[in-house]
Every structure is written in structure tokens, then in C-alpha cells.
Design a protein around this ligand. Structure first.
Ligand SMILES: C[S@@+](CC[C@H](N)C(=O)[O-])C[C@H]1O[C@@H](n2cnc3c(N)ncnc32)[C@H](O)[C@@H]1O
Length: 213
């Protein structure tokens, strides 16, 4: 069974690994919602409608702080896994069976079509986007959904546009001045009167949604 396999994979991946405890004041899921400009209640409701009577299997990529996974797992009918090269805890509670230590660029032990929902904030730009976007697509279930942002996205234009996953990616600017496909965005930002100055700023985060057909 998928969940049992993932839980045993998590425990195996953490063998001999100490999760550091740090003192930090951070609000997990509400911070994700605020920074990604999404409502998780709404996301979960829509995905549950697509997969009725199923427990939703969720992954946060580059979660780092274990709190978000604890919070996800307190929501009924959800089993969430954090995937990161490094995990830290702020409450000393170490739910090791839901923390997978892996490189997002190559999550070979995670079967394809595993997760109903994938979320990631403040992480993708640290990875090789060509590899990690393909991996997100691979481990997402058909009809599954992913929300993630890419900081300094402007530096990765060739990688983003050439990525085999890009046709499935919707781009949404945080200011909501743009929503569309990557080619549409790149055509518009060349146009000085497009009113997209905020989107053009190099350090702006853009958020992406990926719907696997
Ligand atoms: C800036 S932190 C963001 C953590 C958390 N998402 C947040 O917003 O506070 C980036 C995280 O991505 C993880 N990370 C970066 N590259 C990774 C990779 N290739 N595979 C797995 N995790 C990676 C780092 O270990 C780190 O925990």
C-alpha cells in the first residue's frame, strides 16, 4: 500500500540521521498560504472532490521545518510527507515516519503517480529546475495538483521555457496582474506597455500551478 511504503521509506531515509531542534517562532501552514497566495482549505476541498473517498497523500518539497507536516497531518483524511535533504524541528516532536530525506531532483525511491497534491515554497530555485520539475510531474498522480513558487525566476527563463513540464504549468504573479502560460508571459514582458513591471522585477517570486492531465 502506498502510504505504508512511503512511511517505511521515510524511516529508512532517516536512519542514523539526527533531526536538529531549533528555537524559532514560525507559523507553518498559514505562512505557506500567505506566501503562496492560496487558501489550503479551498485547495484541499477541490482535490477531495476530484478524488472522492480517498485519503489525500500530500508532499511538501523542501519543507525543512517539520511543523507544517504536523499541521497537515492534523487535518482529517490527509497524510502528508515532508521531503527535504535536511529536516529541523521546532517543537521536539519528531514524526519521523512522515519525513523523507531525499534530493528533489532525483526521488528515485518514490514511485510515479504517488501524490494527490504537492506544495513547495522557497525551495525550487535552489534545485536544478530541469530535473526537479520533471520529478514533481512524475510523482504527482494524474489529475493531481501542485503549487510552488520560483524566486529569481527571471534567471531561469531558458530552463523554464524549455522544460518538458512547462506546457502543464500555469503562471500566476503574486500581484495577480498576470495569469497564463509561460510563452504568454514571455511575449508580454517584452512589451513595455503591458503593465507588468512588477512581474519583471528580477527578484519577484512567481507562483506556478501544475495540473497533471
Ligand atoms: C530556503 S529553505 C525553505 C524552507 C521552507 N520551505 C520555508 O519556506 O521556510 C529551502 C529548503 O530546500 C531544501 N532543498 C534545497 N535543495 C534541495 C534538494 N535538491 N532536495 C531536497 N531539498 C532541497 C533545503 O534543504 C531547505 O530546507
Amino acid at each position: 500500500m502506498n502510504v505504508e511504503y512511503l512511511e517505511s521509506l521515510a524511516l529508512k531515509s532517516l536512519q542514523g540521521y539526527h533531526i536538529n531542534h531549533v528555537k524559532m517562532n514560525i507559523d507553518g501552514l498559514s505562512r505557506l498560504e500567505r506566501n503562496l497566495h492560496i487558501s489550503l482549505d479551498e485547495r484541499i476541498r477541490v482535490i477531495q472532490e476530484k478524488f472522492p473517498q480517498q485519503k489525500l497523500i500530500i508532499a511538501e518539497l523542501g519543507n525543512f521545518i517539520t511543523t507544517t507536516i504536523d499541521e497537515f497531518n492534523n487535518i482529517p483524511n490527509i497524510i502528508a510527507f515532508g521531503i527535504d535533504l535536511d529536516h529541523i524541528t521546532i517543537n521536539n516532536k519528531q514524526d519521523r515516519k512522515h519525513l523523507i530525506r531525499a534530493n528533489i531532483e532525483s526521488m528515485l525511491e518514490i514511485p510515479e503517480n504517488t501524490f494527490h497534491y504537492i506544495i513547495s515554497h522557497n525551495c525550487m530555485e535552489q534545485t536544478n529546475l530541469r530535473k526537479s520539475l520533471l520529478e514533481i510531474y512524475r510523482i504527482l498522480k494524474p489529475r493531481g495538483h501542485a503549487d510552488f513558487d520560483i524566486a529569481s525566476w527571471y534567471n531561469y527563463i531558458p530552463e523554464l521555457i524549455k522544460n518538458p513540464v512547462s506546457p502543464y504549468m500555469k503562471v500566476i504573479s503574486m500581484s495577480n496582474k498576470f495569469e497564463g502560460t509561460l510563452p504568454q508571459l514571455f511575449a508580454l514582458i517584452k512589451e513595455p506597455r503591458a503593465g507588468l513591471e512588477d512581474v519583471q522585477r528580477e527578484l519577484v517570486y512567481l507562483r506556478f500551478e501544475l495540473d497533471k492531465p
